[in-house]
Design a binder for this molecule. Structure first.
Ligand SMILES: *Cc1c(COP(=O)(O)O)cnc(C)c1O
Length: 456
């Protein structure tokens, strides 16, 4: 195969692209080679294309490929924890710590006072336990890993039944389904109750000598209403205690603050509340409402956490130093600002608590310098959502810039902004594009004015 980068057309292509994103030349070669192979096969199947068509197709493909490179995006969707947009952004404090640890050496597994080998994440585990007001805690790569690890640790041959209510057989997305997670963990699912109602006696009847644990799963991304009911956690705790097996909860979002005090939304159960009611182990994500890095936190009984840390699988899902330092920073901050949530620098919490008056002022300012006869724009009331599989019912007041293109499609306008630099992602209805201010960093307002000025 000849080196395609010497061909004038490829040379021209790569040069044209380098204005936006510059791709390493071997990647351009690989991509062009693949595209040409596709056209070659088409030709063999009697489907001919002109040179211009081929060039245009390769160029478009290459541009789309360049855009798929991980890059910053301005989130104007009004969805705070947008899984597709990387869930929670880190605050300046965590980002600063990340920079320092990432670019130097650290005491990751080194005990400075003795000069001997030290324990990874020892400080973080103590801080987590303190924050959760419980005996012990640890962290792994994500909540899903935390759940698999916990199940693998707590089920054994001849004692592998895990009891779950039929109303909690959740699919989280990205292939995460409770029945399948149980299967991969070596657990045998024992479903109890009905979709809408599960009684204490349902759990009670399902208990056998093979029962390993009862699992509660938070209905993070859907809700059931009407003729519904389930036993209190305290009743389940009493039941599992009586039979001598643990009660575990997959909580999902892990809000540390009372969400209902920050915004007009539901109260999201906190890990502390779960543990206080008698859950033996609670598992939740670090990058949802906690606002930290992608991680899974497991907290609760010290004997169970010790067992989990001894399980060989723990080694496969342990956090690296970059995650450990950002999580450590996030947790310390929660411990410090406990009395005053407003002083936290966690972006999702700041976004949650910003007043619509502030948002409206910023929106007015952004559009104040714009003028266009191609697009009409206005500032409108809108609704923001927590997202990320948390509080599916919650919508709260926000402010959005509404853009109505006069002689092009909304889809085209939205795409222009998405593939711009920086990428700007809003949401569309049939006739308008909305840019919601709730999830936009004030520091990005000027960039939005510029991006809009360019496309208008
Ligand atoms: C989000 C969620 C998970 C998955 O969390 P990850 O950190 O993405 O692995 C698991 N369980 C529940 C209930 C969730 O809401």
């Amino acid at each position: 195969m000849p080196d395609l980068s010497s061909l004038p057309a490829v040379e021209k292509l790569a040069a044209a692209l380098s204005t936006n994103v510059s791709l390493p030349r071997p990647l351009v070669n690989l991509f062009v080679r693949r595209e040409i192979q596709v056209f070659r096969e088409k030709l063999l199947a009697d489907e001919a294309h002109s040179r211009e068509e081929i060039e245009a197709s390769v160029k478009k493909g290459l541009r789309d490929f360049a855009n798929s490179r991980l890059q910053p995006v301005i989130n104007a969707t009004g969805v705070l924890i947008h899984t597709n947009l990387g869930r929670s952004p880190l605050g300046p404090r965590a980002a600063g710590a990340l920079q320092k640890i990432a670019t130097g050496y650290s005491n990751l597994e080194f005990d400075l006072p003795s000069g001997a080998r030290g324990k990874r994440a020892g400080y973080l585990e103590t801080a987590l336990a303190c924050l959760l007001e419980t005996q012990a805690a640890t962290a792994v790569n994500n909540c899903a890993a935390g759940l698999v690890l916990t199940l693998r640790t707590l089920v054994e041959e001849g004692k592998n039944e895990v009891i779950v209510s039929r109303s909690e057989l959740v699919e989280i997305g990205g292939g995460f389904r409770i029945p399948e997670i149980l299967e991969t963990s070596g657990a045998k699912l024992v479903e109890v109750g009905a979709t809408n109602k599960t009684h204490l006696y349902d759990y009670e009847k399902a208990i056998t000598p093979q029962t390993a644990l009862i699992l509660k799963v938070h209905r993070s991304n859907f809700y059931i209403d009407g003729f519904v009911g389930e036993p209190e956690i305290t009743e389940l705790a009493e039941l599992s205690k009586k039979h001598g097996f643990p009660l575990v909860e997959d909580l999902g979002s892990g809000a540390m603050m009372n969400t209902d005090e920050l915004a007009p939304i539901d109260h999201e159960p906190t890990p502390q509340e779960c543990l206080r009611r008698g859950i033996d182990l609670v598992i939740f994500s670090g990058d949802k409402l906690l606002g930290g890095p992608q991680s899974g936190i497991i907290g609760g009984r010290a004997d169970l956490i010790a067992e989990i840390k001894k399980e060989p699988f723990f080694r496969a899902v342990r956090c690296d130093k970059l995650i450990l330092t950002t999580l450590q920073e996030s947790i310390d901050q929660y411990l410090e600002v406990k009395a005053d949530p407003a002083s936290s620098d966690v972006p999702v919490l700041t976004f949650l608590g910003t007043s619509t008056t502030d948002l409206r002022d910023r929106a007015d300012e952004i559009i104040s310098s714009l003028s266009s006869d191609k697009v009409t724009f206005s500032v409108e009331d809108s609704l923001a959502r927590p997202g990320g599989g948390t509080m599916p019912r919650a919508e709260f007041p926000s402010i959005a810039i509404k853009l109505v293109p006069q002689n092009q499609s909304v889809a085209k306008l939205a795409k222009q902004l998405r593939v711009g630099s920086p990428a700007l992602v809003g949401y569309t209805t049939d006739d308008a594009l909305f840019l919601d201010l709730r999830t936009i960093f004030p520091a990005d307002d000027a960039l939005i004015s510029e991006a809009l000025a360019q496309v208008l």
